[in-house]
Design a protein around this ligand. Structure first.
Ligand code: ZN
Length: 95
């Protein structure tokens, strides 16, 4: 099911996982999250650890079979174990 939805929408980022999908009447909404292993810290190159998720950001997406689609995407936050700086997961889906 999840694979079908991501394929249908042309989402190529494997780090985006669909949590839920529902019909809001005028449009479809997809709840999803973006998560992957903690990258090196952009500031000090130290080890980062998974932290929490950001509040979902609304991403207007393409029309699927005449329906507008809105993705509510929660992005993983990471925190550096060294300098405590925070970073947010990135995806090619949103700039
Ligand atoms: Zn750091």
């Amino acid at each position: 099911m999840e694979l079908f939805i991501t394929k249908l929408l042309g989402i190529e980022d494997q780090n985006i996982k669909i949590d839920n999908l529902f019909d809001a009447g005028t449009h479809k909404e997809i709840l999803a999250h973006l998560d992957y292993d903690a990258p090196p810290c952009p500031a000090c190159k130290g080890q980062m650890a998974k932290y929490d998720f950001q509040k979902p950001s609304k991403i207007p997406y393409l029309e699927t079979a005449g329906y507008k689609t809105l993705i509510r995407l929660k992005k993983r936050r990471f925190r550096c174990k060294g300098c405590r700086k925070m970073a947010v997961a990135e995806t090619s889906l949103v700039q």
